[in-house]
Write a protein that binds this ligand. Structure first.
Ligand code: C2E
Ligand code: MG
Ligand code: MG
Length: 532
């Protein structure tokens, strides 16, 4: 980005130097004129006639006058050039510090002006308040109403905010849908900061009419403050951003104040990120196996592979801690594949009737090479494709249905089976059951908790089992924790069950022992039904 200050300083130095040169030429010319003039007049005799060499003197005089006129003209031209240049500098400086779409400050302008504001506010003992806010679903304004409508919408907000926040507030657009406000407030005025942040949210969320369309969005806001005398603008802004992130992730519609816990959580996130990289290089991610039981016979028919992190200091860590971070930093594919590979190498030694289910994240399903990678793992581990079940969630299908369909078709062509995981959560729709060739539907465990107490849960499980039966697709019900849930699921037509009632996820060695004991007949089948 252009920086206004260096340009202005350079052009100032240049024009001062140029003025000095032109002035020196003019002074020299005037001195020459005086000297030539006196020479000329010394050739004029008392009776008015000229001495014989007067022609030389008059030529010198004429040249001198011409030189002065030329110099003067040049001076005027240069003066004009300087004005044009100064205007260009001013525009460049403006561009470097403002957002062209809204006329608000940009990040640089905001930082420059907020630093100035801190100098003044610091002397009064005030605090610097920064409100960071993000328009929720601004992209959908562009998508639904067009780019121009989006620009118009931003300009409308930019025009309305100063009226709400007052003259002293610095308002900036930092990126597409992110904005910040900085203003000084007395140490006891934190309530006012919240009122102003509320006003920002109200202003952004008011419905606007464009032709015959109503455009309305929401926003999330975070507030941070620091004593203006020693505030670092990037730090206060970062903290307000962190508070805004917290508001956004929790869908909090009120402004959220920054607190130190947020910074600690971010550091922990950074440590998890580093830890994941280290763990991947040192084989710390291992498969755990959760039994899947045939509800009619009580026999183990398969295992779901669930990743665990064998952390050197913290012990065994569950996937809710590391899967979201691994997804964010783009390592979920590597992590899952490492875990799947180890699981299949192990399970290749087990009873050939036992199926292995593995989880595929939405971001993995956006990778056009996924099918090839899984086929390679099968080849490397000598695990038959027919024994592998790929679990995908409905959310995975939304980002690119065509790509998902083509990956799934490749996997099925290789002989693998496909399960629809966590059915009933998020954007569930019975239509999805028909949209892809699923071989199994897994009902999310949230429907099984308190299944007997909640009529809606019973209704959902019954609707899914009925539709699945009509399509001849078996239903696996997750999260069966006790006898009561188990009986209810059997009554409602579940085919396969999974949950702590049958066994918690366990490491490979323990799974091997369980299977060995069962094959020796030392362990009864895992269901009350089979026990009689
Ligand atoms: P999921 O595929 O729905 O896995 C089932 C989750 O339910 C597992 O949690 C399991 O431990 C838990 N669970 C099973 N039975 C019960 C029960 O009776 N009661 C309760 N309260 N919970 C039960 P976990 O292991 O924490 O896995 C969470 C999610 O992480 C999984 O959900 C799956 O989506 C994801 N995940 C796990 N391992 C991997 C992996 O290797 N790759 C990918 N991409 N995702 C994975
Ligand atoms: Mg699963
Ligand atoms: Mg599940």
């Amino acid at each position: 980005m252009l920086s206004s200050r260096p340009i202005a300083r350079n052009s100032g130095v240049l024009s001062a130097r140029r003025d000095a040169i032109v002035l020196a030429i003019l002074i020299t010319a005037v001195l020459l004129l005086i000297w030539n003039g006196s020479t000329f007049f010394s050739h004029v005799r008392i009776d008015g006639s000229f001495a014989s060499d007067v022609r030389v003197a008059s030529t010198a005089l004429t040249l001198n006058v011409a030189l002065i006129l030329f110099g003067w003209r040049r001076y005027i031209d240069l003066q004009h050039e300087a004005e044009v240049r100064a205007e260009q500098d001013r525009r460049a400086a403006l561009l470097a510090t403002t957002d062209p779409a809204t006329g608000l400050f940009n990040r640089k302008g905001f930082a420059d002006r907020a630093t100035q504001l801190c100098l003044e506010a610091g002397a009064r003992g005030d605090n610097l308040i920064v409100i960071s806010f993000q328009i929720h679903r601004f992209k959908s304004v562009n998508d639904q109403h067009g780019y121009e409508a989006g620009e118009w919408f931003l300009r409308s907000i930019a025009a309305a905010l100063p009226l709400e926040l007052g003259e002293e507030a610095l308002i900036a657009r930092l990126s597409g849908d992110e904005f910040a406000v900085a203003l000084p407030l007395g140490p006891s005025e934190s309530d006012r900061a919240e009122d102003l942040a509320d006003a920002v949210l109200r202003t952004v969320a008011r419905p606007l009419m464009l032709d015959d369309r109503i455009i309305q969005v929401g926003a999330f806001a975070g507030i941070a403050s620091a004593p203006a005398a020693d505030a670092s603008i990037p730090d206060v802004l970062r903290r307000a951003d962190m508070a805004m992130d917290r508001a956004r992730s929790g869908r909090v519609t009120r402004p959220v104040w920054f607190d130190a816990g947020m910074e600690r959580a971010l550091i922990a996130h950074g440590e998890i990120e580093q830890g994941i990289r280290f763990g991947l290089d040192h084989g710390q991610f291992v498969p755990y196996f959760e039994p899947q039981v045939d509800l009619a016979t009580g026999e183990i028919v398969g295992f779901e592979v669930l990743a665990r992190w064998n952390h050197a200091l913290s012990g065994v860590i569950g996937p809710d801690v590391f899967i979201p971070v691994a997804e964010e930093i783009g390592l979920i594919g590597r992590l899952s594949e490492q875990v799947i590979s180890e699981a299949l190498r192990e399970a290749a030694q087990w009873d050939s009737g036992i199926k292995i289910s593995v989880n595929i994240s939405p971001s993995q399903l956006a990778d056009g090479w996924l099918a090839q990678r899984i086929v390679r793992i099968l080849a490397e581990t000598a695990f038959p494709a027919e024994r592998l079940v790929i679990e995908i969630t409905e959310t995975s299908l939304f980002s690119d249905m065509d790509l998902a369909r083509s990956i799934v078709t490749s996997l099925k062509n290789q002989g693998m089976r496909l399960a629809l995981d966590d059915f009933g959560t998020g954007f569930s729709s019975l239509a999805h059951i028909r949209s892809l060739p699923f071989d199994i539907i897994k009902i999310d465990r949230s429907f099984v908790t308190n299944v007997t107490a909640k009529k809606e849960n019973v209704a959902v499980i019954r609707a899914v089992t009925t539709l699945a039966a009509a399509l001849s697709v078996p239903v696996c019900v997750e999260g069966i924790e006790n006898e009561e849930a188990y009986s209810a699921v059997v009554r409602l037509g579940g085919t396969i069950g999974q949950g702590w009632y049958f066994g918690k996820p366990m490491p490979a060695e323990q799974t091997r022992e369980l299977l060995a004991a069962r094959s020796r007949g030392e362990q009864p089948p895992l269901s009350a039904a089979a026990n009689g």
